[in-house]
Design a protein around this ligand. Sequence first.
Ligand SMILES: [Zn+2]
Length: 231
Amino acid sequence: MHKQYMHAEISRIVRSKRKTFGLEITPEADLIVRVPMRASDKDIQKTVDKKIKWILAKQKLVRERCDKKQPRAFAEGEYFFYLGNQCKLYIMDNASTPLYFDSGSFILSARHAHKARDVFTKWYRKQAYDKFCQRASFFSAVSGLRYRKISISNAKRRWGSCSGKDNLNFNWRLIMAPLDIIDYVVVHELCHIEEKNHSKRFWDKVRNMMPDYKERRAWLKEKGHSLCLQD
Ligand SMILES: [Zn+2]
């Protein structure tokens, strides 16, 4: 492959008082370029071109991790999604609970580190249940659509469902997504209470409650795969 055919998209350029150029690949495989205050576009592009092989290899590695080729280690410094944010994991020797969340970070007790996946899943499920109850109750009050009860599922591909008896079911992995996305799934399932199909009438109802639902739905289609613990 010729070098000029390789291309990496720059997600963000951060200018600061530094003298050197720095490249960073985020856990979402985005490329961030840190540059001196007065760096020109040409200089920035040159830096990226020079390191293009490294960038593409690193991005591939990060993406593959979420394609489940490389399971998570639950090691200190790893990032976990919660409500759309990347939150860093710390492991502490004498933490009082198996896992807690504080000021944007996860703290896992060292004693529970060997079963970190279970501990995380349990924590996510609990947060998911509370959040879905709260959001469903809100949108139910706004719309007058009454559901019976809420449960949390572990489905691999399905984000939510509404039963014939109007029980709502939501995937715990959604708690990793931004609230906007959670709300879209809630509204979607609530609308199934009156329309048990995906007819035009159904989508009209969704649009009525959430005019920008299409963008939220697209987000889920595009990024839903990243809402996982790589198990
Ligand atoms: Zn549906």
